[in-house]
Design a binder for this molecule. Sequence first.
Ligand code: SF4
Ligand code: SF4
Length: 172
Amino acid sequence: MGIKVVERHGNTFKEKLYLPAIFAGMKSTLKHFTKNLSDASNIPTICYPEEKPTDITPRYRGVHRLTHREEDDSIACVACFMCATACPANCIEIVATFRDDGVDEKMPAIFNIDLLECVFCGYCVEACPCDAIRMDSGIYSVIGKVREDFIYNKAKLLSIKGISKEEYSLAK
Ligand code: SF4
Ligand code: SF4
């Protein structure tokens, strides 16, 4: 097996001085600084939180929401536990019960998502056979004072609207 000798860089007097590289970096920084100072419209960063992003799309994975059925506005979730099973963070808590409107189906009595544990992977949305859980709320900022503020329950998840026009479950 042969040995490949790799030439080391940085051994010349100019390279060891570091000053040319430092000045080249300063020149580049100064160039961008003066350009942005004269025309701020092209700066890709925004002054968050004073400025809010305006380009949140329906595909953005924001805070979850639970959908309703279009026909009777009832909760679309049938408490099948598929989302909780798929969740790698184990942050979905579901307690199933029977529907109280005479329909022979289940629904969640309790549906909690702990957003402090959630990694926003979207696996729960992918796993749901009823399109009952979505992450198209567009909500990217969740604020609370105590841990309980970050546990979203069924009522809260049902009250959140999507940013797309489609408000109902696609399941028939
Ligand atoms: S987004 Fe991922 S981590 Fe969060 S609740 Fe869904 S499956 Fe769990
Ligand atoms: S949200 Fe979907 S996957 Fe989760 S329990 Fe309800 S129906 Fe099943």
